[in-house]
Design a protein around this ligand. Sequence first.
Ligand code: ZN
Length: 312
Amino acid sequence: MSFASSVQSELARVEPEQGCCARAELAALLLNKSTLSQLANDYLLTVEVDNPALGRKIYKYLRDIYGFQSSVQVIEKSKLRKNRGYVVKTVLTPTKLENIKEIIHINNNLISPKLDIAEVNSCCKRAYVRGLFLSRGYVNRPEGNYHLEFMVNDEALAIKVQEYLGTFDIDLKIIQRKKSFLLYIKESEQIADFLRVVGANKALLEFENIRILKSMRNNVNRQVNCETANLAKTIDASVRQTEIINNLVSTGVIDNLPYQLKELAYIRLDYPEATLKELGEILNPPLSKSGIAYRMRKLEQVAGELLDTSFN
Ligand SMILES: [Zn+2]
């Protein structure tokens, strides 16, 4: 099961915090996925979802909150991919239709928000966001690029949801996609916060574990790169120093050097791969890294001057 599907399945099973929260969640769930059509004297409310647990949740909410008796139909969306859909169908008498209109606007069979996130009790707001995410949401697996999104059809609602999530320091971005509004988060810590807000605790744990592994791996890579860079620097310096010293030896200028510099020159030739610190440890008595660096600079400087005069 993909990460997105397991988040969906987990959220579909989350019990509402309180009775009122179930109503808020249902209001959000019906916004995106439901259609209303007219029968002879009644109406048919159809909600189509991909996840069986979500189908059960909607069925249960309609029954528990409004006493509606629905039927659930399984449809084969694609035989090859074993892709199934679940359709919750509810026949509504005109009275029942009025009941459900307390949470959604129905105008010419078009469904829009009525009880929206700004109006529900504060305890219900998480459930409302959960409903929106469940009906039209997606979260990428944490191993890949960090991305979480969900769609709403109503711009005012999109902004209210953005404001609400802002209270958790979640910076939800909104872009318009045709007639819908895509709300998304790209930042890993904020995706984790979102999962916490909507109550996907198991998914949150998995998400955080992978996030930690990823950041550890990044640190190791950074460290390796850093070590490689240092090694390259050591080798560059050694090649330059060895060249100068070979020049000193071949021209005989090396014998004009003070003893300490001459000693260092020969040790450098013997240990071309050693870092300055290691060269300092080879000397007797040993010399600190800064001491050896100073002496090496002196050697290069004096060698430069001596070689210049001997060639001009
Ligand atoms: Zn509530």
